[in-house]
Design a protein around this ligand. Structure first.
Ligand code: ADP
Ligand code: GN1
Ligand code: MG
Length: 363
């Protein structure tokens, strides 16, 4: 703890003049970066150590975030909103940079968004729908953002056929020697090969539009206002890149419409909850109705299936490679995560008609 405090003190001093670190607290929500709330000179900030094993081009990454947040800031001000709460705000170092690096890592700092909370599960009726509106609004606000200026922070992030090829490679290499423990899961994902290009092939030939998308629309990547219950700010902008609306819809459903945690061990408890699905569809479409295309509508449910399939395949790939990508808190967590995602895909496939009927109600 003392060592961590010393590190944080040094990092905070790079961002804030005469910094006195009064409190610090780790926030364990995300699987990628290391995030701490730090209280410095009476004010809270978010300090993140960027995972540079995953984000290989930190300059491109921080360039994306600064340009996207500045763009959003202007839109929010023009609409009469509060830019310090409705978008992330990077804090510059004392020498005017967006990141600080020392032997302990590469850091960025954000203003702490006050009186708002990130949830791992929709705790109240309506909360998931509010997150949908926030992600829908986010995508609408970025409709005029020039996609060509964005760096690809993780190559082929939602290219499911490439993810499939990576999975096959991990399987062939069997680096961690775990292949035999997960034969059923391996067989399931292998059987999905032909389904993987459903979205990418349509983006490539223009049947689906390419938009600026968030690409990591987990419920815990939106802050919910404590007072009003509305989705106040979309966070975790590391993967804002050109993509499909179906990715954002699908990844939200994958995480937030699940009946259980991402690593639930009892698979009888894991299924896709129709009432939550409906809340999301209703909220998302209330924001996107004017721009969604017929082909996107037709494939919305496939977006949910694809993102869940892809994420499960990524968890399994990481398990086979020895847990080097996603942060894990216990041995076997990536396999538990793989299994919940597989169960969700099976459920969404089996009840396709039921879920597609929900979508039809809102079109
Ligand atoms: P990761 O990329 O590892 O998922 P996130 O950027 O999503 O990291 O941050 C992890 C958590 O930290 C979030 O779920 C949220 O609880 C909290 N957090 C991040 N940014 C802010 C902020 N600006 N204000 C308040 N809390 C934040
Ligand atoms: C990671 O960082 P976090 O926890 O919001 C991952 C997503 C996965 C998700 C699975 C950059 O998101 O792609 O869907 O875990 N982010 C990255 O929970 O790989
Ligand atoms: Mg996150």
């Amino acid at each position: 703890m003392e060592v961590k405090k010393q590190i944080l003190e040094k990092v905070c001093a790079a961002f804030i003049k005469d910094a006195v670190l009064e409190e610090f607290e780790n926030i364990p929500n995300g699987h990628i970066n290391v995030t701490d709330r730090v209280k410095v000179n009476g004010r809270n900030y978010i300090l993140q150590r960027i995972n540079t094993n995953i984000f290989r081009d930190p300059v491109g990454l921080i360039g994306n975030i600064s340009s996207v947040t500045e763009f959003l800031r202007e839109k929010i001000i023009a609409a009469g909103g509060d830019p310090d709460r409705e978008t992330l705000s990077l804090v510059k170092t004392l020498d005017g940079k967006y990141t600080y690096e020392d032997e302990s890592g590469l850091y960025r700092m954000y203003l702490f968004i006050t009186d708002a909370t990130c949830y791992n599960k929709a705790e109240k009726a309506g909360m998931f729908g509010e997150s949908a509106k926030a992600f829908g609004r986010f995508q609408n606000l970025l409709a005029e953002f020039d996609a060509k200026t964005l760096s690809e922070t993780i190559k082929d992030f939602h290219n499911t056929p490439v993810r499939f090829a990576n999975f096959e490679k991990a399987l062939a290499e069997n680096k961690a020697g775990r292949k035999d423990e997960c034969a059923k899961e391996i067989e399931f994902y292998l059987s999905k090969k032909d389904y993987c290009p459903t979205i990418t092939s349509r983006l490539a030939d223009g049947r689906l539009p390419t938009r600026v998308t968030h690409n990591d629309t987990k419920l815990n990547n939106v802050m919910i206002d404590d007072a009003t219950g509305s989705g106040i700010c979309v966070i975790d902008l590391d993967t804002v890149m050109p993509g499909s609306m179906l990715y954002d819809f699908g990844d939200s459903i994958r995480f937030g419409a699940s009946s259980a945690a991402e690593d639930e061990k009892d698979l009888d408890k894991v299924y896709c909850v129709p009432a939550l699905y409906e809340e999301y569809v209703s909220g998302f479409l209330s924001e996107m109705k004017s721009s969604i295309t017929d082909e996107e509508v037709k494939l919305l449910h496939d977006g949910a299936i694809m993102m869940t399939l892809e994420c499960g395949m990524r968890f399994l790939t990481d398990y086979l490679e020895g847990d080097t990508y996603f942060r894990t808190h216990y041995a076997g967590q990536n396999l538990d995560r793989t299994r919940t995602q597989m169960k969700l895909v099976q459920d969404m496939e089996a009840r396709r008609d039921e879920f597609e009927a929900i979508i039809k109600k809102y079109i």
